[in-house]
Design a protein around this ligand. Structure first.
Ligand code: ADP
Length: 588
């Protein structure tokens, strides 16, 4: 059974009241019965003395019951006590309740012995004459000369004493009931006030358990409860400090993990997710709240990731693996998985995902580049070797062909040289080994100068060159040689891939923050499917034709890199059989 503190306190008060009452009652009753007994004894002695006036010692000395008994009857009517007159030899001479002649010798009764010795004798015992417990008081009957002739004894039932005490007790019962009633009322009020701060402490402590540490227990007293409240307030304050510290540390850690570009997933020993960071949310299109607490495989449906996690949890050893995700875009990750331990006890594992897509892409580009370069180099080299062998095998003496073969070898050697020059140029720009040598450049003058240098080719191909240039263009900061290279490459292509009697137009326009240059030709154009890749190294719409025209497939790649190194933009629009427009902008 659950008893609350108020009830316990009231019960204690009641027990205390009962205890005090019992102790007091016993003491009072004990004293009262003694007092009333003494009082009765005094009363009995007084009565005995009065009786001695009516039944003198001289009469008793005659030892004749017939003389005494009638007197006793007379007196009996005036008193409610039992009167017994006993002769010196113990023979009963008169008794108010019985016939003295039938009564035994009373010489041995303790009160009688005492009285015969000249003292007042008292005794309390059961009377077989009247059949109830009696209180006896006996005085000696003395003659005028002081001679003791017998004993006058008065007896009263002990019930008289009891009556007095019981009467008092009934009054006490009433007092007790009143006291108990008041105890309950006052006890309740007192317990209410005693337990009130305890209830308050309990309420605030419960709130603190739920996380509200801002409350303070009001302290009014300096007693134990006050001290408890003060200690608890201190504890809450310290706890709040510690909690804020933990929260700060946690926020720091969360911020660090969140801002990591690597994806981070931490799991417990059963494989349930403890945390994921923003990168993981983005990679797998999940939210932290929906995955937290779930099994890794259930939350992020990826078998490879789950396998790495299980490997590290099972072995307790760091693991490393590569993972390719196909959706939404193909990405490659390097995964480092390490066990998590706290004081050398493992409690889970953490997976860190590095996005190595770009590294892999660059590696592939490099591989592709090397294979392209070797292929491009091998083609002229194979031709050179072939013609040299032909010459060595006798064609050197063939007056009709030897010069032609040597010319072919010369052409291929030149192509090889140009290829190597272009590759070196491109790799220099790409590796940013040579930074643009920025200086003020008059673009209008540069365009005119470059266009002029193409006069022989234009004449040979019967192509008309148009220039739509404003009277003046703002001077820009750029690498003059690199910009000249851009114009050469674009004009060269515009002429090479043009048709007979075609045209090439150079247009320059100035915007507030940039200059735009367009090179438009009336050539064969570029198929739409090739446009997105046209600026890639070695990418050519028609490889054979490009080679025939002395191209390396690197011209546009060089152009693109130079423009980007100048923070500019480059683009192409083309319609097959109509012509192409290559354009680039340069910031002012
Ligand atoms: P190259 O001219 O040495 O072949 P480029 O990088 O300059 O290499 O050009 C790559 C390819 O782009 C060319 O082979 C050609 O197919 C295409 N191309 C470039 N410019 C033009 C143009 N003005 N008209 C049509 N095709 C072009």
């Amino acid at each position: 059974m659950k008893i609350n503190l108020t009830s316990k306190l009231i019960l204690n008060y009641l027990l205390l009241v009962l205890l005090v009452f019992s102790f007091t009652t016993i003491t009072i009753l004990h004293k009262l019965s003694r007092e009333s007994k003494l009082q009765l004894e005094d009363e009995m002695v007084t009565r005995a003395q009065l009786i001695s006036e009516f039944i003198p010692a001289e009469l008793i000395s005659q030892g004749n019951p017939k003389l005494v008994q009638p007197l006793i009857f007379k007196i009996k009517q005036k008193t409610n006590s039992r009167i017994t007159i006993i002769a010196k030899n113990g023979i009963v001479l008169g008794d108010s309740e019985s016939n003295p002649e039938t009564m035994e010798n009373h010489g041995t009764r303790p009160e009688v012995i005492e009285a015969l010795n000249g003292k007042i004798g008292y005794s309390t015992r059961y009377s077989f004459t009247v059949l109830k417990p009696m209180l006896y008081a006996a005085i000696p009957a003395k003659t005028g000369t002081g001679e003791i002739t017998g004993v006058i004894r008065i007896a009263l039932p002990t019930t008289l004493v009891k009556y007095l005490t019981v009467n008092t007790l009934s009054n006490l019962w009433f007092g007790l009931l009143l006291a108990l009633f008041l105890t309950i009322i006052l006890g309740y009020i007192s317990a209410y006030f005693v337990t009130k701060p305890i209830r308050q402490i309990n309420q605030i402590t419960q709130n603190a358990i739920r996380g509200d540490l801002n409350q303070k227990i009001p302290v009014f007293t300096k007693d134990e409860i006050g001290n408890l409240a003060r200690s608890l307030n201190q504890l809450f304050q310290q706890l709040q400090g510690t909690m804020s510290e933990i929260k700060r540390e946690q926020n720091k850690l969360t911020a660090i993990i969140s801002s990591m570009t690597e994806g981070v997933v931490a799991c417990d020993l059963s494989g349930n997710i403890l945390l994921v960071n923003k990168t993981i949310e983005n990679i797998f299109s999940v939210t932290r709240t929906e995955v937290q607490g779930k099994m890794l495989l259930e939350a992020i449906r990826n078998n490879d990731l789950d396998k790495i996690l299980n490997d590290v949890l099972r072995s307790g050893q760091p693991q490393q693996s590569e993972l390719t995700l196909l959706l939404p875009v193909q990405k490659t990750f390097l995964i480092y998985a390490s066990p998590l331990t706290s004081e050398e006890t493992p409690f889970g594992a953490v997976l860190v995902m590095h996005d190595i897509t770009e590294i892999r892409r660059l590696e592939n580009i490099r591989k592709e580049f090397i294979s392209n370069v070797s292929h491009e180099l091998r083609t002229p080299l194979t031709s050179i070797r072939g013609f040299v062998e032909t010459l060595l095998n006798g064609a050197l003496e063939d007056k009709n062909n030897n010069r032609r073969f040597l010319n072919i070898i010369h052409d291929h050697a030149q192509r090889l040289g140009k290829l190597i020059d272009d590759i070196l140029e491109l790799s220099k720009i790409e590796s940013r080994e040579i930074q643009p040598n920025l200086q003020p450049v008059d673009l209008r003058e540069l365009i005119l100068e470059t266009a002029e240098s193409f006069s022989p080719q234009l004449q040979k191909a019967k192509i008309q060159l148009r220039r739509q240039l404003p009277a003046s263009l703002p001077t820009i900061n750029a690498d003059r040689d690199q910009l000249k290279q851009v114009l050469i490459n674009l004009l060269d292509n515009a002429i090479k891939f043009n048709r007979e009697n075609g045209s090439v137009t150079i247009i320059a326009t100035a915007a507030p923050d940039s200059i735009k240059i367009q090179v438009t030709d009336s050539g064969q154009g570029i198929p739409a499917k090739d446009l997105p890749r046209i600026f890639e190294r070695f990418y050519r719409v028609d490889k054979a034709r490009s080679r025939e025209l002395g191209g390396t497939g690197l011209g546009l790649a060089i152009v693109k890199h130079i423009i980007e190194a100048h923070q500019g933009r480059i683009g192409v629009e083309s319609v097959e059989e109509k012509g192409s427009t290559f354009w680039f902008t340069l910031p002012l």
